[in-house]
Design a protein. Structure first.
Length: 134
């Protein structure tokens, strides 16, 4: 009997693929020093919009210091400025489809996990967009 694939395992794999691909703190405010290890940070929180949980343009590598600034909302706009500058098309897609939903079946989770393990973030982006547009 196969064990059920859990969302947390898939999220861990996607986050690892993001960190390995980006390799450094991408979302820096330019005012604070980098601090701590690297984490994968969601632009739109997964609690508010699970459709973008595994969407690579919604997840960026940040050091724990800058992630904390974003999370504590000390400068809530620097992450938005980063998205507008570097990913305007993806930001527009996410805002346009903000209320979309994806049913994360075992088959869908397995496909996402496969993309993550292969490090194919471009393929994963396209796959999530297809699911959202269905």
């Amino acid at each position: 009997k196969s064990t059920k694939l859990k969302v947390t395992k898939v999220q861990d794999a996607v986050n690892k693929a993001i960190r390995e691909h980006e390799e450094y703190c991408r979302v820096s405010d330019g005012r604070h020093e980098h601090a701590g290890g690297l984490t994968a940070s969601h632009f739109f929180p997964v609690g508010g919009n699970s459709a973008f949980r595994f969407y690579p343009p919604n997840i960026h590598c940040q050091c724990l210091g800058h992630h904390g600034i974003h999370e504590r909302k000390q400068d809530p706009f620097f992450y938005r400025r980063f998205m507008e500058k570097h990913f305007p098309d993806h930001l527009n897609f996410m805002e346009t489809h903000y209320f979309a939903s994806i049913k994360y079946t075992q088959e869908v989770l397995q496909t996402i996990l496969s993309y993550a393990k292969e490090g194919d973030l471009h393929g994963l982006t396209g796959y999530i967009e297809e699911l959202i547009l269905q």
